[in-house]
Design a binder for this molecule. Structure first.
Ligand SMILES: NC(=O)c1ccc[n+]([C@@H]2O[C@H](COP(=O)([O-])OP(=O)(O)OC[C@H]3O[C@@H](n4cnc5c(N)ncnc54)[C@H](O)[C@@H]3O)[C@@H](O)[C@H]2O)c1
Length: 330
């Protein structure tokens, strides 16, 4: 049985990675600082099957201790400050966790030795597209927000540790994820909750910005394929191919909930808001035979149902969301 260290395991996608990892028979070690975005509730059902460290990945002593004690065979690095709007208000935690934290993790992995380290980046590192075109793994990085700059730095640090020290890093760049358990500051859960409460739904600009929506379980399945069969030193895009304008996503959710489009309220655009992201995911499809399993139509229904059924969890989160509440796009 392989030992897998998962950072950010109490987060939205990291927790799905733990659940799938346990099912796949990995011995899971998780490390998470439990920031506002982390929550042990997400991994309650597998808590007894894993070893959990409540730690900051930027803490060199603790991270080194974890590597020495647990001797993981591989690492999947999800831990990050992940919300663009927060990075616009204050970039410093993004630099601390996404850049310094990643460097501490890479250094410990280099010193202790691992078979593979999956460095989770994002489609946002490529910058912005117009109506046409796609990002390939070879597209130069051109990030625009403090968040995406911190992620591009994380991404390039992984490359540097591979090129300079031979650390077996694979870089993964997924598109926008959605699904159960996402913290209610990101577009989809915000819209669902506002709609349930018959509150106005703030939509940046005219809602024309386009994102490619990937169900979180599909993203994690792709990451396990890359972990097990991907080529060391390379990068992989993970996208569903399902591009939607933000306003389309909002209207779709309103329709599922039987609510009126009149709840939509267009607001001043996010500063530096990238217009469109679109990944070319041929590499993972052809090389690793991956395909997303969940169509947006079904995934969004499942997601809306989950939030309706788990409104108690979400309401607990709302206590923390005051000033951020109306600025909710990833
Ligand atoms: N959500 C998306 O649409 C998306 C898309 C592409 C890439 N990503 C990347 O995937 C990863 C996971 O995203 P998510 O949406 O699950 O994020 P999230 O915000 O839900 O979870 C992040 C987790 O990291 C933990 N964390 C934060 N700072 C930490 C630190 N210093 N030390 C240890 N743990 C820390 C948090 O407590 C939380 O549990 C991130 O790296 C993100 O950049 C996300």
């Amino acid at each position: 049985m392989k030992k897998l260290l998962i950072t950010g395991g109490a987060g939205f996608i990291g927790s799905e990675c733990i659940r799938q990892g346990v099912k796949r028979g990995y011995k899971i070690i998780a490390a998470d600082k439990l920031t506002y975005a982390g929550d042990m509730e997400r991994i309650r059902e597998v808590e007894r099957d894993i070893v959990f460290y409540n730690t900051d990945i930027a803490n060199k002593e603790v991270v080194t201790h974890i590597f020495k004690k647990e001797k993981p065979d591989a690492v999947v690095h999800w831990a990050a400050e992940s919300h663009v709007d927060r990075s616009i208000m204050d970039a410093s935690p993004f630099l601390e966790t996404n850049i310094k934290g990643t460097q501490v993790l890479l250094e410990a992995a280099k010193n202790c030795g691992v078979e593979r380290l999956i460095n989770i980046s994002t489609d946002e590192v490529y910058g912005e597209l117009g109506k046409d075109g796609q990002f390939f793994e070879t597209t130069p990085l051109n990030p625009n927000s403090p968040y995406s700059v911190s992620k591009a730095s994380q991404d390039m640090l992984g490359r540097a540790y591979y090129r300079t020290y031979g650390l077996p890093v694979i870089t993964v760049r997924p598109s926008n994820n959605y699904g159960p358990w996402q913290y209610p500051e990101k577009l989809i859960p915000v819209v669902i909750l506002k709609a349930i409460n018959n509150e106005k739904i703030p939509v940046y600009g005219k809602g024309e910005n386009i994102r490619e929506w990937l169900f979180a379980s599909d993203c994690v399945e792709a990451v396990f394929l890359i972990l097990e069969k991907g080529t060391i030193g390379e990068a992989y895009n993970i996208g569903s191919g399902e591009e939607k304008r933000n306003v389309e996503v909002v209207k779709h959710i309103l329709q599922i909930l039987g609510k009126s489009d009149r709840l939509i309220e267009f607001t001043k655009d996010r500063p530096g808001h990238d217009f469109r992201y679109s990944l070319n995911s041929e590499k993972i499809r052809k090389q690793l035979d991956w395909q997303s399993q969940v169509y947006f139509q079904d995934g969004i229904e499942k997601t809306v149902r989950w939030y309706v059924d788990n409104i108690g969890w979400v309401n607990k989160k709302l206590e923390y969301l005051t000033t951020y509440w109306s600025m909710a796009y990833k």
